[in-house]
Design a protein around this ligand. Structure first.
Ligand code: FAD
Ligand code: FES
Length: 270
């Protein structure tokens, strides 16, 4: 990491429409950019501001980086207007990502909702690259409707790579042949090995809350549940206090936290 405050210029190489409100930007930074899966970056749009995102691509590709962005407000709506060739800035990478060493040898259960699949895609690609180190990998993913499912073309490759995939939508249409219901119902369809499991949860706050409760209900120990936390951020480096909860800063101590650590703080799902 060079200068923490100075964005590195990156060019938008491709814009991918993932779903009605979500786009991925394929970025080519001016020089090699390294991150660990689950770490986040600040993406700067000159003249408008910056916002934190977790790269959705594999950390093994240091020449290109993908960021998957939901149109949520001021900066993200402008990021959605970018076309191929546009210039942005990238700061980071910041924080602590997924502890791949810690979960080695475990059955990995990934629970994702909506755009929460973005950091999990980076994780999935990292796990696939070192598949032998993990007992099994299961992905449970939920979206509101079939149209809201992101990375539609990629599930096939992940399945081929040996990942067990279960998907649900809150409201199905005639095209949907999989589960209808909230993503947590998928956990009733799998067998959880309570002794050798790591559950990784990422999605909107309400999904994180009920996803975590469901993991506990099916027997995942609280110290084996990893949450990707989101908080309003400013500096990204533990200076401004915007992202604090309890004694922790999401930008510095996270964004990935064990549930056993965060559970003491009632506002973690805010
Ligand atoms: C570590 C981290 C990783 C993230 N990764 C992704 C990602 O991969 N893809 C993605 O689409 N989004 C991600 N987000 C959320 C993204 O940063 C916010 O959607 C974005 O900052 C909103 O900026 P805005 O100017 O468009 O919206 P604003 O106009 O500022 O606000 C729109 C709404 O979003 C809320 N909001 C603003 N900032 C955040 C924030 N940082 N977190 C949660 N809510 C916020 C506001 O309270 C408001 O309700 C991540 C956030 C964090 C902290
Ligand atoms: S964003 Fe400033 S302390 Fe975390």
């Amino acid at each position: 990491m060079d200068d923490l405050y100075k964005p590195l210029e990156a060019k938008v190489e491709r814009v991918i429409n993932e779903s009605p409100g979500i786009k991925s930007l394929v970025l080519k930074p001016k020089k090699e950019f390294k991150f660990e899966t689950g770490q986040f970056i600040e993406l700067t749009l000159p003249g408008f501001g910056e916002a934190p995102f977790t790269p959705s691509s594999s950390p093994l590709d240091t020449k290109k980086m993908e960021v998957t962005i939901m149109d949520a407000g001021y900066v993200t709506s402008r990021l959605h207007q970018l076309k191929k060739g546009a210039k942005v800035g990238v700061r980071g990478a910041f924080g602590k990502g997924y502890p791949l060493d810690e979960i080695e040898g475990e059955e990995v259960l990934i629970l994702g909702g909506g755009v929460g699949l973005a950091p999990l895609r980076s994780l999935i690609l990292s796990l696939i690259a070192e598949k032998k180190k993990f007992k099994s990998i299961t992905l449970c993913y939920g979206a509101k409707t079939p149209a809201d499912v992101i990375y539609k073309s990629q599930f096939k490759n992940w399945k081929k790579a040996g990942i067990k995939i279960l998907r649900s939508v809150d409201k199905k249409d005639r095209t949907w042949k999989e589960t209808e219901g909230v993503v947590t119902v998928l956990l009733d369809k799998i067998k959880v090995n309570k002794k050798n499991i790591a559950a990784i949860v990422c999605g909107p706050p309400i999904m994180m809350k009920f996803g975590t409760l469901k993991c506990l209900e099916v027997g995942v120990p609280e110290e084996a549940i990893y949450l990707s936390m989101e908080r309003n951020m400013s500096c990204g480096i533990g200076k401004c206090g915007h992202c604090a909860f309890g004694p922790y800063f999401v930008c510095k101590d996270g964004p990935v936290f064990k549930y056993s650590l965060t559970k003491k703080y009632p506002d973690i799902w805010a």
